[in-house]
Write a protein that binds this ligand. Structure first.
Ligand code: GAL
Ligand code: MG
Length: 973
C-alpha cells in the first residue's frame, strides 16, 4: 500500500479522471514575467508508478523526454497498434515513471500574490507535489496544466516541486498517434504570480468589419470580487478610449458577482488592415484590469488580426475569398530531443514552409506549442488546430465509451479556450483516426456553442458522407482520397461542403508523385480547395551506431544536408531494439530529420507559384497573379533564356502591376538567336524586399515556357569501328560495364508498400538473365540481339551500335511481353571509370525529378557533382533521377570524360550505386559508394505515386508492355 494519495487513486487507469486541482484553460498569456523553471532537475526513472522513489538521483534537463537520454526506456515507434497488449482503459504493469524534482526559490516580492505553476506539456499523466503535498493531476499531453500554489508555497521561501510523469495510461489509448512514443515533459515549466484580482480569460472577436469585441472574465483569488474594478484597453498603442471609445462607458453588459466578473470592450477600427496568410497584418491589443483606485491589477497582451472565416455553399472563405489551402501536416519533432522544440525550431519550420509555398498547417495530431500559433499569426499561415485525440487501435470502442467522454470534451475545449484568439486558426479539428461516436458529438457541441466563428472538421465523421449534413464536420476532409473521386464529387452536383483533404500526397521516401496533377484539378474544379500533405518531418532520430543510443542534445552539428555524420544514423522503427514497431513508416516527411528539404518541396514551390507564365503569344509573355490578396510588388524577377547549344542570356524583368487573378502580357525580353536549337524562357522570381521569412533575393518560383522546339541534327556515321566482345557487349575505354537493358529500380517505399515491387520480384525483374541471340556486323554497324529472361517472361532486346564522329550511336529496342505490364523502367544501364565526378546536363533540374514529379524542375543547363546527385532517403531506394534530359556530360577536373546526346528528353540518373546496392541495405549509412558512376538512361520510367499510403501514380505514368525504342550517342570529350 502506498501512502501517496495520488498514486493510490491509480489515475493512470481512470479515464474519467482528466484532472484534479488543475485550473481552467484560458487565453491569457503568462509567459512574460514568469519565473522559468526550465533547466536541470533531479531525476529518477521508476519501473512503475507505485515503485518507491529511491535516494539516487541523476540530472535531467527540462523540457525533455527521458526516452532520449540513453535510459533503458528508449523511444519506440508504432503507427496504429498500441505498444502494449492491455485494452482501454488499462496500462501495462511495467510502466516507466519519471520523477523530476527541484527546489524553487519563490521571489519575496510575490508576497500577497496569487502564485501559479504551469507545466507546458507532460506525457501522459502528470502528478504534481509541492513539499511532499499533492497538488494536482493532469492528462492531455500537449496542452499546459496550471495549478494554483498560492496557499502551498510562500513568497521568499524555498519550495520543493516534484513532477511525476507516468508514461502509460488510459490516456495513451487516445494518444495513439503515428509517431514515436516518449515519456517526459516536452514543453517549458514556469511559475508566475498575479494579483489576487486577475484576468481569468480574454476572448477576442475581430472581424474584417473592424468591429472589435473583447470579452473578459475576471476573478479574485479569494472568491469575492472587490467593488469598482474596471477594464481599459488599447490597440497598437492608441488608447482605445480616445481612439475608439474604449472606456468604461463602453463596458457593456457588465455583471459582477461574488465570484466572476464579465465585461466587454467594444471598438470600431476604421480602415482596418485585415489579416490573411499573404499579408498577416497584426495589431497589438492590451487589456488592463484596474482596481477601483485606478491602479492596474492585471494585464493581458495579444497580437490580434482582423479576419473572417466562413463557409458559403461549398467554399471555405477567408475574408470573403475562396483561398486555396496549400497545407502540410506538422508534428512536434526534433532529431536530438525527440519531441521538444524550441522557439527557434518552430520558427525555422515555418520559415521553410513559407519559402516552399505552403500557406496552411494542420497541427497533426494535437495542439502545438503556444509559440507555433504566434508564429503562424506573424508569418501568415492558416491553421487547422487539432485536438489531442487519436484512439486508432481501439477507435471503435472508445468513440462511444462514456468513460472517455470527459476526456474528449476536455481536450477539445481546452484547445479552443487556449487558441481562440489567434487569427491564424481558421478551423478546429476534433482529432484524428478515432472512429466517430457520441463522444465526438459532445465535443463538437461544446465548440459550436463556445466559438461559433470557426468551422469544425473531423475526418472520422466526414468519411460517413462527404455531403452528410448530420455529421460533426463542416468540411469534407478525407485522407488520401483518389483524385478522380474528389473531382467526381465536385462535379456530382451533390457536394455541399468544401473538399479539403486533411492528408494527401504521402511523402514517404522518394514520393509525392502526381502532386501537379492534384493541383491542376484543384485549381480548375470548383469545390476542390486543397489539402495538407502528409507530412512535414522524416522522424529519424540521430543514433550512435556503436551503442544504439540516441545521440541526444550532444548530437548537435553531427549531421549535414540530410545525412548523419560517420558513426551516426537516422534511426527509425526497430532501431532501438523494439520488437513491436512499424519500421521506416515514420520517415514520411518532405524534409529530412535535420530539416533539409527533399526534392519534392521544389515541386510544391513551383505548383504554389504566386506568379505564373500563362502562355506565349505574339504580343509577348502573358503573366498571371495567382495570389488571393496581394499584388506582385513584393516580388522581383529576372529573365533567362537557355538554348540547347549552351547559350544562356539573362535580362532584368519588370513585373507588371497585377491584382489577384489578373493577367497581362509583357514583351519578350530577348531577341532569340536564330540558331542554337531548343529554347526555354525562365522567369526567376525572388523576394524584392526582406520579408520576415525570407531575405531579399530568396527564390520564390521559376515559371518557364518553351519558345522553340529542338532542331533535329542526325548523327552522321563515319568510317570507324565499334568494338563488341564475344557476349555482344560494347567495349569502350570509359565504360567499366557495357550498356545493358534495365527494367528494375531499387523499390521506393511506395513501390514496396504499394505492392508494386513484390510484383516485379515475382516477374524476376531484379535478376534478369541476359542471353545473346546473335551478333551481326553490317559494315561498321553491329547489331546485337539478346533475350532477357525473367521468372515469368522474356524480353527481346536489340541494340545497334553505329560509329559516328567522335563516338558511337546506340539504337535500342525492347519488346516487353504482355505480362510485364507496369515495370519500373525500360532503359540502358552502364558504368564508367572512376574520376568522372561532374555531371552537366541540359534538361530539367537541378534537383531530382521523376515523370510524375517534374513540374518544379525547370529546363536549363545544370551542373552538379555526381556525389550530390543522390538523395539520401533514410531507407535507400531509387533516388537521384533527373527528368527531361536532352544531353549530358560526365567529366573529370581536367575536362576529359564523355558526353551523351539523347534522342528525346529522357529520365537519366547518375549515381554511385547499382539498384542492387540500394536494395541490399536498410539505412543510408550502410551504403558503400562505387568509385565510378552508374548511369541509367530510360526510355520510360514509372512515376512515383504515393502508394505507401494512398493512391498509386496515374495510369499515364506507368510503363506499358510492348515495344520501347530509344537511342543515344556516346562520345569521348
Ligand atoms: C494517416 C494518419 C497519419 C499517418 C498517415 C500515414 O492515416 O492520420 O497519422 O499515420 O496516415 O503516414
Ligand atoms: Mg493513426
Amino acid at each position: 500500500m502506498t501512502s501517496d494519495p495520488l498514486i493510490a487513486l491509480r489515475p493512470w487507469e481512470a479515464p474519467e479522471v482528466t484532472s484534479w486541482g488543475r485550473l481552467p484553460m484560458n487565453a491569457v498569456d503568462r509567459r512574460r514575467g514568469a519565473l522559468p523553471l526550465d533547466g536541470d532537475w533531479r531525476f529518477q526513472l521508476l519501473p512503475a508508478p507505485h515503485a518507491p522513489v529511491g535516494g539516487a538521483w541523476s540530472t535531467a534537463y527540462l523540457p525533455g523526454v527521458w526516452t532520449m537520454r540513453g535510459t533503458d526506456d528508449p523511444p519506440q515507434y508504432t503507427n496504429v497498434r498500441m505498444p502494449f497488449a492491455e485494452v482501454p482503459p488499462h496500462a501495462p504493469a511495467a510502466n516507466p515513471t519519471g520523477v523530476y524534482e527541484r527546489a524553487v526559490d519563490v521571489p519575496a516580492d510575490w508576497a500577497g500574490r496569487r502564485i501559479v505553476l504551469q507545466v507546458g506539456a507532460a506525457e501522459s499523466v502528470l502528478l504534481v507535489y509541492v513539499d511532499g503535498r499533492p497538488v494536482g493531476i493532469s492528462k492531455d499531453s500537449h496542452l499546459a496544466a496550471e495549478f494554483d500554489l498560492t496557499g502551498v508555497v510562500r513568497a521568499g521561501q524555498r519550495a520543493t516541486v516534484r513532477l511525476t510523469v507516468v508514461k502509460w495510461s488510459d490516456a495513451s489509448h487516445i494518444e495513439d498517434q503515428d509517431q514515436w512514443w516518449h515519456g517526459g515533459i516536452t514543453r517549458s515549466v514556469l511559475l508566475y504570480a498575479t494579483d489576487p484580482l486577475h484576468l481569468a480569460d480574454v476572448t477576442v472577436r475581430a472581424p474584417c468589419s473592424g468591429e472589435l469585441r473583447v470579452d473578459c472574465r475576471v476573478r479574485h483569488a479569494s472568491g469575492a470580487l472587490p467593488e469598482g474594478w474596471y477594464l481599459t484597453g488599447d490597440l497598437d498603442g492608441r488608447p482605445l478610449a480616445q481612439d475608439a471609445e474604449f472606456d468604461r462607458a463602453n463596458v457593456e453588459d457588465e455583471r459582477v458577482s461574488d465570484f466572476l466578473g464579465e465585461a466587454r470592450l467594444l471598438a470600431t477600427v476604421p480602415e482596418v488592415r485585415t489579416w490573411n496568410a499573404e499579408t498577416p497584418e497584426l495589431y497589438d491589443l492590451t487589456v488592463r484590469l484596474h482596481r477601483a483606485d485606478g491602479t492596474v491589477a492585471d494585464t493581458s497582451r495579444h497580437r490580434i488580426g482582423f479576419r473572417d472565416v466562413e463557409i458559403v455553399g461549398r467554399d471555405l472563405l477567408v475574408n470573403g475569398e475562396r483561398v486555396f489551402i496549400r497545407g502540410v501536416n506538422r508534428h512536434d519533432f526534433h532529431p536530438l530531443t525527440g519531441r521538444t522544440v524550441s522557439y527557434d525550431d518552430l520558427r525555422a519550420d515555418l520559415v521553410l514552409l513559407k519559402r516552399f509555398g505552403f500557406n496552411a498547417i494542420r497541427t497533426s495530431h494535437y495542439p502545438g506549442d503556444p509559440a507555433l500559433y504566434d508564429l503562424a499569426d506573424e508569418l501568415g499561415f492558416y491553421v487547422v488546430d487539432e485536438a489531442d485525440i487519436e484512439s486508432h487501435d481501439h477507435a471503435h470502442e472508445i468513440a462511444d465509451d462514456p468513460r472517455y467522454l470527459n476526456a474528449f470534451v476536455d481536450r477539445v475545449s481546452r484547445m479552443v479556450l487556449r487558441d481562440k484568439n489567434h487569427p491564424s486558426v481558421i478551423v478546429w479539428s476534433l482529432g484524428n483516426e478515432s472512429d466517430y461516436g457520441a463522444n465526438h458529438d459532445a465535443a463538437a457541441g461544446w465548440v459550436r456553442r463556445h466559438d461559433p466563428t470557426r468551422p469544425l472538421q473531423y475526418e472520422g465523421a466526414a468519411r460517413l458522407g462527404w455531403a452528410d449534413p448530420d455529421v460533426a464536420s463542416d468540411i469534407a476532409c478525407p485522407m488520401y482520397a483518389p483524385l478522380q473521386d474528389c473531382v467526381a464529387h465536385a462535379l456530382s452536383g451533390e457536394q455541399t461542403k468544401p473538399l479539403i483533404q486533411c492528408e494527401y500526397s504521402h511523402a514517404m521516401g522518394n514520393s509525392n508523385g502526381t502532386l501537379a496533377d492534384h493541383w491542376a484539378a484543384i485549381e480548375s474544379t470548383p469545390g476542390l480547395q486543397g489539402g495538407f500533405i502528409w507530412e512535414f518531418w522524416d522522424h529519424g532520430i540521430l543514433q550512435r551506431v556503436s551503442d544504439g543510443r540516441p545521440a541526444g542534445r550532444g548530437g548537435a552539428g553531427l549531421y549535414d544536408n540530410g545525412v548523419a555524420a560517420p558513426g551516426y544514423r537516422w534511426a527509425y522503427g526497430g532501431d532501438f531494439g523494439e520488437t513491436i514497431h512499424d519500421g521506416a513508416f515514420i520517415a514520411d516527411g518532405v524534409v529530412f530529420p535535420d530539416r533539409t528539404p527533399k526534392p519534392a518541396l521544389y515541386e510544391h514551390r513551383e505548383i504554389a507559384a504566386p506568379v505564373r507564365i500563362e502562355c506565349f503569344r505574339h504580343e509577348g509573355i502573358v503573366l498571371g497573379n495567382h495570389q488571393h490578396f496581394r499584388g506582385l510588388d513584393w516580388l522581383a524577377g529576372e529573365w533567362r533564356l537557355d538554348l540547347a547549344d549552351g547559350t544562356t542570356l539573362t535580362a532584368p524583368a519588370e513585373l507588371p502591376s497585377l491584382c489577384p487573378g489578373e493577367t497581362a502580357a509583357v514583351p519578350l525580353p530577348f531577341e532569340v538567336p536564330r540558331d542554337g536549337g531548343e529554347a526555354w524562357l525562365t522567369l526567376r522570381v525572388t523576394v524584392a524586399e526582406d520579408q520576415p521569412w525570407a531575405p531579399r533575393g530568396t527564390e520564390v518560383c521559376m515559371p518557364q515556357v518553351r519558345l522553340r522546339g529542338p532542331a533535329v541534327t542526325p548523327a552522321v556515321p563515319v568510317e570507324r569501328h565499334v568494338d563488341v566482345d564475344g557476349e555482344g557487349l560494347l567495349v569502350h575505354p570509359l565504360l567499366t560495364a557495357a550498356p545493358v537493358l534495365s527494367l528494375w529500380r531499387a523499390p521506393t517505399d511506395n513501390d514496396e508498400l504499394g505492392g508494386i515491387a513484390p510484383r516485379w520480384r515475382t516477374w524476376g525483374l531484379d535478376a534478369l538473365v541476359r542471353k545473346v541471340v546473335s551478333v551481326h556486323r553490317e559494315g561498321d554497324r553491329v547489331t546485337v540481339l539478346a533475350e532477357y529472361a525473367g521468372a515469368t517472361g522474356v524480353v527481346r532486346h536489340r541494340q545497334v551500335c553505329t560509329p559516328v564522329e567522335g563516338g558511337v550511336r546506340v539504337d535500342e529496342e525492347a519488346e516487353l511481353p504482355e505480362e510485364f505490364d507496369d515495370v519500373a523502367r525500360v532503359g540502358s544501364v552502364f558504368e564508367t571509370v572512376p574520376g568522372l565526378d561532374l555531371l552537366e546536363w541540359f534538361g530539367q533540374g537541378p534537383w531530382e525529378a521523376y515523370p510524375d514529379r517534374s513540374a518544379g524542375a525547370p529546363v536549363g543547363h545544370h551542373s552538379v557533382p555526381v556525389d550530390e546527385l543522390f538523395t539520401p532517403y533514410l531507407r535507400p531506394q531509387e533516388s537521384g533521377g533527373r527528368h527531361g534530359v536532352r544531353h549530358f556530360r560526365l567529366s573529370a577536373p581536367d575536362a576529359t570524360g564523355l558526353s551523351v546526346v539523347l534522342d528525346e528528353p529522357r529520365q537519366v540518373s547518375v549515381t554511385r550505386y547499382r539498384a542492387e546496392d540500394l536494395t541490399a541495405v536498410a539505412h543510408h549509412d550502410e551504403l558503400v559508394p562505387r568509385p565510378g558512376c552508374v548511369v541509367h538512361i530510360d526510355a520510360a520510367h514509372r512515376g512515383l505515386g504515393t502508394a505507401s499510403c494512398g493512391p498509386d501514380t496515374l495510369s499515364s505514368y506507368r510503363v506499358p508492355p510492348g515495344v520501347h525504342r530509344w537511342s543515344w550517342t556516346l562520345r569521348i570529350l
